[in-house]
Design a binder for this molecule. Structure first.
Ligand code: KG4
Ligand code: ZN
Length: 346
C-alpha cells in the first residue's frame, strides 16, 4: 500500500489530497479562491500566490486529518511543478520539497496537464491505457496519446486561446461574470444552440490542433457589431443572451468532439480519456458519450470532482511516476511552461 500526499497550487485552487495506490482517494481538500478574483474578471497572480501562502499548511493538515493518516505514514509527496503561474507553483513546490525532505520520502514533480490527462483513471479498477486523451482546461486544449501514464505524447493543441479561456472571455463579453464556464453552461441551458451559426474552426484537413480566437471574435461582433466598441449588450434580451451562450457552447463542443474522434481514429486507439475543467460541462460529457457509443470507442470521463484543479489527480499521477522510478531531486523548481523536462534522480 503506497500513500501519496498530493499538493496543487498552480493557479487559483489551493489543494491537498491523500491517495492510496493511485486510485483510492482518502481525502481531497480543494480551497477555491474564486471569490478573491471574481471582481477582477480573472486570476490575479499576486493575490493568488499570497492566498496559497496563507492557506497551504492548513489545507495539507486538513487533507492528512481527513484521510486519518499521519505525515510519517506518507510514502511520497507529489506536487504540480509545471505549467502554471510560477509565483503560485513555487508555494506548493517549496512546501512539497520541505515535507519530502523532513520525512525522508521521495519527491514527485508532476506535470499538471499530464495529471489532467490521467485524471479519469482515478476511479477505474483496471488501467485504461493505451488511449487517446482530451484535456480541456483554462490553459490547455490538447489531445495526447498515452502508451502508459508516464509516456504521454502530444497529438494536437490549441494555436491560440484554450477552450476554457474562450468560455471565460465569452462570459465576460456577455456580462455574465467569472469563471465563465459554469455560468455559460447555466445560461445556455435556456437558449437555442442553433440560433446563431458561429464558426467551427477545424484548421487544416486532418489537423488535431485547435483555434478558439475566431469564435470569440465572432461572439464579440455579434454582440457589439463590427466597428463599435460597446453598447451592444444592453440591446440584447436575456433570451438572446441565452441563445448566444448556447450557440457558442454548441460550436466549441462540436469541434472538441470531432477532433477527439479524429485523434482516436488517427491513433488507431480504442479508448478515449477526457479531463480538465471544461469537462465539468454536462453537454460536452453527453456529446462525447454519444459519439463514443456510436463508434464503439470506450470512453472514460474524469469524475466531476477531478475535472477542475485538484490535488487528488496530482497524487494519483505522482503514484504512476513513483512506480516508473521517476523520482525528482530536491532542487526541483517551478516552471511556467510545459517544455522543461524533469530531471530524474537516478
Ligand atoms: O482545469 P481547470 O480547473 O484549470 C486549469 O488548469 O486551467 O479549468 C478551469 C477552466 C475555466 O476556464 C472554467 O471556465 C472552465 O474550466 N470550466 C468550464 C465549466 N466549469 C469550469 N467550462 C465549461 N463548462 C463548465 N461547466
Ligand atoms: Zn488544471
Amino acid at each position: 500500500m503506497t500513500a501519496v500526499l498530493g499538493i496543487e497550487t498552480s493557479c487559483d485552487e489551493t489543494s491537498a489530497a491523500v491517495v492510496i495506490d493511485g486510485h483510492d482517494v482518502r481525502s481531497n481538500i480543494v480551497l477555491s479562491q474564486v471569490d478573491l478574483h471574481s471582481k477582477y474578471g480573472g486570476v490575479v497572480p499576486e493575490i493568488a500566490s499570497r492566498a496559497h501562502l496563507e492557506m497551504f499548511d492548513q489545507v495539507i493538515a486538513e487533507a492528512l486529518a481527513d484521510a486519518g493518516v499521519s505525515l510519517d505514514e506518507i510514502d511520497a509527496v507529489a506536487v504540480s511543478s509545471r505549467p502554471g503561474l510560477v509565483t503560485c507553483l513555487i508555494i506548493g513546490v517549496t512546501a512539497a520539497k520541505a515535507l519530502a525532505w523532513s520525512i525522508g520520502k521521495p519527491l514527485l514533480a508532476v506535470n499538471h496537464v499530464h495529471a489532467h490527462v490521467t485524471s479519469s483513471a482515478i476511479t477505474l479498477a483496471d488501467p485504461p491505457w493505451p488511449a487517446v486523451a482530451l484535456v480541456v482546461s483554462g490553459g490547455h486544449t490538447s489531445l495526447y496519446y498515452l502508451s502508459d501514464p508516464t509516456r504521454i505524447e502530444l497529438m494536437g493543441a490549441t494555436t491560440d486561446d484554450a477552450c476554457g479561456e474562450a468560455f471565460d472571455k465569452v462570459s465576460s463579453i456577455l456580462g455574465l461574470g467569472y469563471p465563465g464556464g459554469p455560468v455559460i453552461e447555466q445560461t445556455a441551458a435556456n437558449g437555442n444552440p442553433q440560433a446563431i451559426d458561429f464558426p467551427r474552426t477545424m484548421l487544416k484537413r486532418g489537423s488535431l490542433d485547435f483555434s478558439f480566437s475566431g469564435i470569440k471574435t465572432a461572439v464579440l461582433y455579434h454582440v457589439h457589431g463590427v466597428g463599435k466598441t460597446s453598447g451592444g449588450l444592453e440591446k440584447l434580451s436575456s433570451e438572446e443572451i441565452a441563445d448566444v451562450a448556447a450557440s457558442f457552447q454548441a460550436a466549441v463542443i462540436d469541434v472538441l468532439v470531432k477532433k477527439s474522434m479524429l485523434a482516436v481514429n488517427q491513433a488507431g486507439a480504442e479508448t478515449l480519456l477526457a479531463g480538465g475543467g471544461v469537462l465539468a460541462n454536462s453537454v460536452l460529457r453527453e456529446r462525447l458519450r454519444d459519439a463514443c457509443a456510436n463508434t464503439g470507442i470506450t470512453l472514460h470521463l474524469a469524475d466531476r470532482a477531478y475535472c477542475t484543479d485538484n490535488a487528488a489527480m496530482i497524487a494519483a499521477h505522482g503514484y504512476y511516476l513513483l512506480q516508473a522510478g521517476h523520482i525528482s531531486r530536491l532542487d526541483e523548481d517551478a516552471h511556467s511552461a510545459e517544455t522543461n523536462e524533469l530531471i530524474f534522480a537516478r
